[in-house]
Design a binder for this molecule. Structure first.
Ligand code: NAP
Length: 274
């Protein structure tokens, strides 16, 4: 059972931080008075105050020291500065959940001078409870801390626990960035539709609804992706003509290389913090 009074502090109120804030509030399992959002500066603080009826603060020792759980939702590039401000200030039994790409648990422990860490890689559909999160934790977490961490992560959709932290770099490349790849493909299809004579509005509706419908098909069928493709591509038909061309130009290799580059970038970010 989740203790409603657990004091949660979300550091970083961008896309992801605010998704967690909304999901926590919507869950009804925490007291809104126990949730604190840490804004970057007064401008962001004032903006957020208009939309969120919870405490919006700037980072300070007293707030960090009071938190039972901290969610780090800033960009990895900003972590060095933040860690200097909060290092050694976190309550010794508090749980830190980091969703920052690339920064590993060892580095987080060292930089924050803190033991109990969950490193998670969510993705943006989290907002709709349709996300996928892969997470890894430091060995030392108590059952209570793990339960609370899993409660937070499960709010966003499906979760997978891994004991291979190194996989988080490729998880970042695949599911973390993944929605953008589907949108990219959709955009290219829209451009193609315009080239084939459609106006932009019609092309946008066509590709968007195709994306939504495809996601629904995937959600409602447990068959493998290759079989899903076969339900659309009949022998000698139009879909097969396009798929054959994808194979001819070795699109699979291009996708593999792109995801390898994203994985590498995640590793580079990690090294910068070591
Ligand atoms: N977006 C995704 O789909 C996604 C998916 C998986 C994981 N992630 C991870 O989630 C993290 C956040 O991503 P995001 O897309 O939410 O980034 P974002 O929209 O840029 O949000 C980060 C926010 O943190 C603020 N910030 C920076 N330093 C701060 C500090 N010291 N104290 C308080 N706030 C601070 C930034 O302010 P300024 O903009 O003014 O600097 C910004 O508002 C990243 O580490 C990313 O790797 C993102």
């Amino acid at each position: 059972m989740i203790d409603k009074q657990v004091k949660i502090c979300i550091v970083g109120c961008g896309n992801m931080g605010l998704i967690y804030a909304q999901l926590l509030l919507k869950s009804g399992k925490i007291n809104p008075k126990s949730l604190v959002l840490i804004a970057k500066d007064e401008i962001q603080q004032n903006k957020l105050k208009k939309d969120y009826f919870v405490s919006i603060e700037l980072v300070s020792t007293s707030i960090i020291e009071a938190a039972d759980a901290l969610l780090l939702a800033i960009k990895p590039q900003d972590f060095n500065n933040l860690s200097k401000e909060i290092e050694g200030r976190i309550k010794s039994d508090a749980l830190v959940i980091s969703i920052m790409a690339g920064i590993n648990v060892k580095t987080l422990q060292k930089s924050l001078n803190h033991e109990f860490i969950i490193r998670a890689m969510p993705n943006a559909p989290a907002l709709y409870g349709k996300g996928i999160t892969v997470y890894y934790s430091s060995n030392s977490l108590s059952t209570r801390e793990m339960e609370f961490g899993e409660f937070v992560l499960n709010l966003t959709g499906k979760t997978i626990k891994t004991d291979k932290e190194e996989l988080l770099d490729s998880v970042t490349a695949i599911s973390g960035s993944g929605p953008a790849y589907f949108f990219y493909l959709t955009l290219q299809m829209k451009n193609a539709a315009i080239n084939l004579g459609m106006d932009a509005e019609m092309a946008e509706i066509l590709v968007r609804q195709t994306l939504i419908g495809s996601a629904e098909m995937a959600a409602n069928n447990s068959i493998m992706m290759s079989e899903l493709i076969n339900t659309i591509a009949s022998k000698g038909g139009t879909t097969e003509a396009a798929l054959s061309y994808f194979n001819f130009v070795e699109l699979d290799q291009i996708i593999l290389s792109a995801l390898e580059k994203a994985t590498l970038r995640s590793k580079e970010l990690a090294q910068k913090k070591d």
